[in-house]
Design a protein around this ligand. Structure first.
Ligand SMILES: *Cc1c(COP(=O)(O)O)cnc(C)c1O
Length: 381
């Protein structure tokens, strides 16, 4: 990696524009370490750096810059086709930074089916500071972006209903009134969707999920090709200090190397489980956007049946989160989306009995047998 910390947290040069996603995941921003030739980016577990002359050394303090973090930022920026990447200690810290950069009183138009923690941060915290949030169905092709909107916040596919929005069409409408478009791309990953190429200004991720992929890190990132926005986010990254440690950055870099291979397998198994669920009499509805590894469905019967179902699986672990190599199962209304009021959940069609699957990369036949067992347990009273 270069001796120079990239300005604004942007990527160091190690990127060939012709590289595809899989090659970027393994190599972008991650040349062999120049001192020893170490193939894997080292964990620069240091808070500070010896300066040869007062103020002359570009690396000064690890809240501001850290070489392991810089490598991860460069790799993630390359994957989304951004020129700048800024990593944070969680997805929510990244999301918080995007909102914090807005002026007081700014109006935000937000999807009505966003991650529960995003909804909680916007309504319970940022509302206090005079920011105004309006929640709308961004999957509606007639969506209007009102004059005076500062920012449009999108999740596509949404969580847990997995509805998709037309990012390019919304970006055109938003830009016509001078609004920024931010896409939380955690569910799709840059393997299946690159919002900046569709006209979005900023992408955020919870790297906790697919990008790391091994359920052992909490982290987040902001990606953009807008130099002024990147400078503002870099200022906040340093001024607020919600930065990830070098060990966590190393783990995400390591996980990232298999991103494209994992995503293909997640998708292959998810598609075949979806086809199987759709053919079952005991399933009322299946939600799947056609790509990726997330599936949700409504079991016929009551909440007790859904509860028996999620307690009966052995390979699908009953847990919050998603995007790891291991399969997870959960009940959004009681778990991940419990912070959304019941009447709001009802209004957006989030059934109390909705079951969400994060389909892992275990053998698909084993996963299906595991779900078979849960169907039997749900039916037995
Ligand atoms: C998990 C998640 C977040 C929050 O990320 P953390 O790393 O848990 O802070 C934000 N958006 C989506 C879509 C998520 O799944």
């Amino acid at each position: 990696m270069s001796a120079q910390p990239p300005s604004g947290g942007g990527p160091a040069a190690h990127l060939d524009p012709s590289w595809g996603v899989g090659t970027r995941a393994i190599h972008a921003g991650q040349p062999p370490e120049p001192v020893t030739g170490a193939v894997m980016t080292p964990i620069f577990q240091t808070s500070t750096y010896a300066q040869p002359h007062p103020g002359a050394w570009p690396w000064e303090y690890s809240r501001t810059h850290n070489p392991t973090r810089s490598a991860l930022q460069a790799a993630l920026a390359a994957l989304e086709g951004a020129t700048h990447g800024l990593c944070f200690s969680s997805g929510l810290a990244a999301i918080d930074t995007v909102i914090r950069a807005l002026p007081t009183g700014a109006k935000v138009l937000c999807g009505d089916d966003v991650y529960g923690g995003t909804y909680r941060l916007f309504t319970k915290e940022w509302g206090r500071f005079g920011l105004q949030f309006t929640f709308v169905d961004t999957t509606n092709p007639e969506l209007v972006v009102p004059e005076g909107t500062a920012l449009v916040w999108l999740e596509s596919p949404t969580n847990p209903l997995l509805k998709t929005s037309d990012i390019a069409a919304i970006a055109a409408k938003a830009h016509a009134v001078g609004a920024l478009v931010v896409v939380d791309n955690t569910f799709a990953t840059p393997v299946f969707q690159r919002p900046l190429e569709l006209g979005a200004d900023v992408v955020v991720h919870s790297t906790t999920k697919y990008l790391n992929g091994h359920s052992d890190v909490i982290g987040g990132v902001i990606l953009t090709s807008d130099d002024a926005l990147a400078a503002r986010y870099a200022f906040l990254q340093n001024a607020v200090g919600a930065v990830p440690g070098p060990m966590d950055c190393f783990l995400v870099l390591r996980g990232l190397k298999t991103l494209h291979v994992r995503m293909e397998r997640h998708q292959q198994s998810a598609r075949s489980i979806v086809a199987w669920l759709q053919g079952r009499e005991d399933v009322a509805r299946v939600h799947y956007p056609g790509f990726g590894g997330m599936v949700s469905f409504v079991l016929k019967g009551d909440l007790d049946a859904a509860t028996r179902f999620v307690k009966a699986t052995r390979l699908f672990t009953l847990a919050e989160s998603l995007g790891g190599v291991e399969s997870l199962i959960e009940l959004p209304a009681i778990m991940t989306h419990a912070s959304i009021p019941a009447e709001v959940r009802a209004a957006i069609g989030l059934d109390d009995g909705l079951i969400r699957l994060s389909v892992g990369i275990e053998e698909e036949a084993d996963l299906r047998r595991d779900l078979e067992r849960a169907f039997a347990a749900a039916a037995a009273v």
